[in-house]
Design a protein around this ligand. Structure first.
Ligand code: FEO
Length: 166
């Protein structure tokens, strides 16, 4: 059975937000490289890949339901950050926004009695818990080391080891 028009529009908007997330993390990666924190840059690039994967998960689901996906325009992502800590704080705020959006979508699917979409969204609900926790952990480390250059370089090396997960 096809998604109804309301669910279709809401999933188009979620796909847009995931695609924007991918674009935003790529912008954050560019900033990190610009200040020679290659590990952070690598980590953000991996994050960008993950977000692309999230967008494609929604795309594939909509196609599977027999709907016609409508791709929406993406805004220009933030570009000038104050510091790497600003990048990570912005990333956490963004993930919190995505989590709230996923929860609204889940509620909408419930109202529409669209149980298949609720099942699909459960993966995203779990993923958001993990994403927020990971970013919070990096932020806590950054707060602890303050602006000690050598510690930031150590953390940069650690983040540079992030493997592809998709
Ligand atoms: Fe796909 Fe980080 O939200």
């Amino acid at each position: 059975m096809n998604l109804n028009k309301k669910m279709e529009g809401a999933l188009d908007a979620q796909l847009q937000l995931e695609a924007y997330s991918s674009y935003l993390y790529l912008s954050m990666s560019a900033f990190c490289h610009s200040i020679n924190l290659k590990g952070f840059g690598h980590w953000m690039r991996q994050q960008s890949h993950e977000e692309h994967h999230h967008a494609m998960k929604i795309f594939d689901y909509m196609v599977e339901r027999g709907n016609w996906v409508s791709l929406l325009a993406l805004e220009k992502p933030a570009h000038a950050f104050k510091s790497v800590r600003d990048v990570i704080e912005s990333s956490l705020a963004h993930e919190q926004k995505v989590t709230a959006q996923i929860h609204k979508l889940y509620e909408l699917a419930g109202q529409q009695k669209d149980y298949a979409t609720q099942m699909m969204l459960q993966w995203f609900i779990t993923e958001q818990v993990e994403e927020e926790a990971t970013v919070k952990e990096i932020l806590e480390k950054l707060k602890r080391i303050s602006d000690k250059g050598s510690a930031i370089l150590y953390l940069d090396k650690e983040l540079g080891k992030r493997a592809a997960t998709t």
